[in-house]
Design a protein around this ligand. Sequence first.
Ligand SMILES: [Zn+2]
Length: 260
Amino acid sequence: MRPPYSELVAGWKALRARDDLTVREVACVGATRTLVVAEIAPPAGGSVVSLAAGMHGDEPAAPWALLSIVRDGLLDRRFGYRIWACVNPTGYERDTRENAEGDDINRSFDRGGRTPESRAIVTANRDRTFALSLDLHEDFEADGFYAYEPVVAGGSIFARALVATMDAEAFPVQDFTDDFDLAYPAEAQDLRTLERGCVFPNPDAERAFFAGTPYGLYMLRRSARRVGTLETPRKRAWNDRIAMHRAGVVTILDRLAGAQ
Ligand SMILES: [Zn+2]
């Protein structure tokens, strides 16, 4: 199950018939591709949440889950939204983690963006502030769902609630053992705390250990008060992965609304 990218774009453009959101394409300077971005205005006095999927092209359920969340009206309307439908279109088309130039976009958010895709996002986000930024991914090694929630102001607000949701819906939750690869360097293992289904990075300490800036760290530094990354197990059925992302985003938005 892996519909072509053109179908994903068509799905988003079909939403232009609705009057509560806009869907446009943002040019990537230095490349011929565009990124699809949808926006929903916040209610009076409301804050805005940034959502993204498809940063890694070989994690295809995430962008389809994001489309289904918007199409089916699952977004909490106490917030407005900026939605990056698929951050890595050329990677999606090629079924590769990296973009067409062979770069991992999720390591390119420093210095104003070092890939065409990250540059487009950084430019669009200039002077914008988001209450939360979520990024939907998939994991090849995982057997169950898990999420990253960097510790902000000494605490987390949604990661454990996500685990409770997945348990209630009988979806698998990832247990972390010593050999599970979170792509942290060996000397950086103490920079995050692990619980079942939850990774709590220490964002200040983490920065020094990545060669290029990941999206979540960039958002936390520049544009968002809190960030989260959702990971579904790529080895599970397509519909289960879609359902996990849907339940996860709904849970997080509800927790955010309660925390404000
Ligand atoms: Zn990923």
